[in-house]
Design a protein around this ligand. Structure first.
Ligand SMILES: *[C@@H]1O[C@H](CO)[C@@H](O)[C@H](O)[C@H]1NC(C)=O
Length: 180
């Protein structure tokens, strides 16, 4: 794979962030712990990288909110795509995707209040898995009808990664209680 200047800049940035977090005297590298266990550490550090000193609780909350915003934006995008096509098959696929995204969004909206604030980290973990699963279901919906290629691959990928970040953020709490 050829490395474009922007991706090598991205890799350098990620490397710097990892090194910076490793040499930080405050030994709690929650951000890098969370990102390294996610599906794409690089994406994770680019999205969360601005302030490395955040507690696991705050990181989890941010992961939930970012997944919510990202999923909602994709939902709007799908509505726009539906408006722009007359292809009945595509409309069926887009409606399937809307259902998957809406199901994930409905749960994400209540995750902070119902699970995180109550310390129900296993449930937070399940929400992350659900987000990953719904992203995959939408991507797979395009394969149900021969000849169709997903127009939402990047969006599904992003949503799936946010799901994996929620899973790894929830996992931080387990590893923390282990240390005690
Ligand atoms: C989701 O988040 C990623 C990373 O910040 C961003 O690149 C992407 O454009 C977002 N997706 C939508 C649909 O806004």
């Amino acid at each position: 794979m050829a490395t474009s200047p922007s991706s090598s800049f991205g890799s350098t940035l990620v490397l710097c962030l990892i090194i910076a977090s490793l040499i930080t005297p405050n030994s709690s590298n929650y951000l890098s712990d969370m990102c390294i266990r996610s599906k794409s550490p690089r994406f994770c550090l680019q999205v969360f990288g601005r302030n490395p000193h955040r507690r696991p609780y705050q990181l989890t909350q941010e992961a939930i909110n970012l997944a919510l915003t990202n999923g909602s934006e994709t939902t709007f995008k799908i509505y726009t795509l539906i408006d722009q096509t007359k292809d009945g098959n595509l409309i069926v696929i887009y409606n399937l995707c809307l259902n998957y995204y809406q199901a994930a969004i409905d749960v994400l909206k209540h995750t902070d209040e119902d699970y995180l604030k109550k310390g129900l980290y296993n449930n937070v973990n399940e929400v992350g898995k659900l987000v990953e699963q719904d992203a995959l279901f939408c991507e797979n919906a395009f394969q149900t009808i021969p000849g169709y290629v997903s127009t939402l691959t990047k969006d599904n990928e992003n949503f799936g990664i946010f799901g994996s970040i929620i899973v790894s953020a929830a996992g931080l709490f387990n590893s923390l209680s282990f240390k005690k």
